[in-house]
Write a protein that binds this ligand. Structure first.
Ligand code: ATP
Ligand code: MG
Length: 314
């Protein structure tokens, strides 16, 4: 049968990373990049590499950083027909630095970049109309010029009988965006697959333990709650039970993008009807592969590489 098509909406950025742990944005230092990035872009790139039909609604500037992204997304097979190339604003960017304890600081240029405003225009409507599934990134909901389009797409996809996945993916730099909370709640209410990482699970329920929080969310009608735990692996909860994936043993070079890559595999294989443990194993492998390379999309796997990684881990 036909593979179901995914659409996502949100920021496309280049990412430029400090090379030294503990490097401060306040002083000159060495940086690596530009790498193609943006949570929805990382997600859609990984989904397409796995063979899932996938589109992104976004915008880049008419500049080299836009080309870095469009070249990569096209090469991976992503449908970029709804990525506007704007004259005027530059392609979005993010600078990242890692603290000694592994935590990250981001300096985002999204709001005033090409993807700071993404209207629900004809090409966006067409991409959404052609999709069976919408993946929502909380980072897109945190952008005032993007959130209304994400919510319109949500209504459209639900209206045409499609399914929805949701990764809150909230950076501390975004948490105070106006109107964010109600938008997050609306998407949570509508989603079939919920993909929080770590503490994000608890910001959407009363419960204070992981099992109780997952149960509370499943009781609201969410089909599966999949908790990402970084180097500790992941857990998948659904009506039938609880499944754990032990982390694969990899060398962590750069954690950014792991959650998005994990989500892409989880959603793609869930859409293909794989049983929870099998979909989880693939997502866990995609997340582990992502951290092995510097740059958020550089560790993305195609189907053959994913199969090889799963075989090697058995
Ligand atoms: P980001 O938003 O930065 O992309 P995240 O916080 O959403 O990341 P993580 O929990 O860091 O997501 O990673 C997603 C998944 O990738 C984990 O649940 C795990 O399956 C896998 N993973 C991440 N880091 C490692 C690691 N060091 N070793 C093995 N697997 C990992
Ligand atoms: Mg994340």
């Amino acid at each position: 049968s036909r593979l179901r098509k995914i659409v996502t909406i949100g920021e496309i950025l280049v990412e430029i990373m400090a090379t030294r742990r503990g490097q401060s944005f306040l002083e000159a230092g060495d940086y690596r990049g530009p790498f193609p990035s943006g949570a929805p872009a990382i997600f859609v790139n990984q989904a397409a590499l796995l063979g899932q039909p996938a589109a992104i609604v976004s915008a880049v500037g008419e500049d080299a950083f836009g080309a870095v992204n469009l070249n990569r997304l096209r090469a991976s097979g992503v449908d970029v027909s709804a990525v506007a190339v704007r004259q005027g604003p530059a392609t979005g960017s993010a600078f990242v630095t890692y603290a000694a304890d592994g935590s990250r600081d981001f300096l985002f240029n999204i709001a005033h970049s090409a993807c700071g405003t993404i209207p629900f225009d004809a090409s966006a409507r067409a991409a959404v109309a052609g999709a069976d599934h919408l993946h929502v990134m909380g980072s897109a909901l945190a952008a005032p010029g993007l959130a209304p389009t994400v919510l319109q797409a949500l209504d459209a996809v639900k209206g045409q009988g499609g399914t929805v996945s949701f990764d809150p993916n909230l950076r501390k730099e975004m948490a105070r965006a106006p109107g964010l909370r109600p938008a997050l709640e609306r998407v949570l209410e509508a989603c079939d697959l919920f993909l929080p990482s770590g503490e994000e699970l608890f910001s959407f329920c009363e419960a204070t333990t992981e099992d109780a929080a997952a149960a509370e969310l499943l009781a609201r009608g969410i089909e599966a709650v999949v908790v990402k735990k970084g180097a500790a692996g992941a857990v998948w909860y659904d009506g039938a039970g609880r499944y754990e994936a032990a982390p694969l043993a990899v060398e962590e070079v750069d954690p950014t993008g792991a959650g998005d890559s994990f989500g892409a595999a989880a959603v793609s294989f869930w859409l293909r009807g794989l049983a929870a443990p099998q979909a989880l194993a693939r997502a866990n492998a995609a997340g582990a592969a992502a951290v092995t390379a510097l740059g958020p999309m550089e560790g993305a796997l195609d189907s053959a590489a994913l199969d090889a990684m799963l075989r090697a881990s058995d």
